[in-house]
Design a protein around this ligand. Structure first.
Ligand SMILES: C[S@@+](CC[C@H](N)C(=O)[O-])C[C@H]1O[C@@H](n2cnc3c(N)ncnc32)[C@H](O)[C@@H]1O
Length: 163
């Protein structure tokens, strides 16, 4: 498969999984967290699909399109590990939907980062919440859900936080 095909499939998987996750939390109140603001593409998509929900975005820096930069109160800048831990004071147990898009191209490093931040994300999640992401992650409360039709296993992941 060409790199172009692989890139397009990754984005299709990302969009399909985010859309599925948004529909799964339709009846669950609570904010959204975007772990990996990047250039703001998926933040913008979440904003478009989730209506009035608050969205808190995490990244070590702002590199997003100017139209896709959250206001100061919703932008948590710094290393994920520090900022997710810090967010527990205000968001602990409340988040309905987490999208974690943290991959860097170094597969081993990305997976190691996913393993490190999974418990920190878990601490923010409301019972019944949904975590969707680009890395395999684990937490005792998380149950892996099937992917939307046509998405190759391992390209993206969806978990439900057990109640
Ligand atoms: C794949 S990009 C996110 C792309 C974004 N979701 C979008 O659609 O534009 C991953 C982001 O994670 C951030 N990142 C990676 N490791 C990080 C860490 N340890 N702490 C904070 N940010 C980190 C990078 O700066 C990068 O912007």
């Amino acid at each position: 498969m060409s790199r172009l095909d692989s890139f397009i499939r990754r984005l299709e998987a990302q969009r399909a999984c985010i859309n599925r996750a948004v529909s799964l939390v339709a009846a669950l109140p609570g904010p959204v967290i975007e772990v990996g603001l990047g250039n703001g593409r998926t933040f913008d998509h979440l904003r478009d699909r989730t209506g009035n929900r608050e969205i808190f975005a995490f990244d070590r820096q702002v590199a997003a399109h100017p139209a896709c930069v959250p206001d100061e109160a919703h932008l948590l800048l710094g290393d994920f590990r520090a900022m997710l831990a810090k967010a527990a004071a205000s968001l602990g147990g409340k988040v309905a939907l987490c999208h974690a898009d943290i991959g860097s191209g170094d597969e081993a490093a990305s997976q190691a980062l996913g393993a490190e931040i999974a418990p920190l994300i878990d601490a923010l999640m409301a019972p019944g919440g949904i975590v969707v992401g680009d890395q395999p992650m684990r937490a005792a409360r998380w149950e892996e859900l099937p992917l939307p039709a046509g998405i190759e296993p391992g390209r993206y992941f969806i978990w439900r936080v057990r109640i």
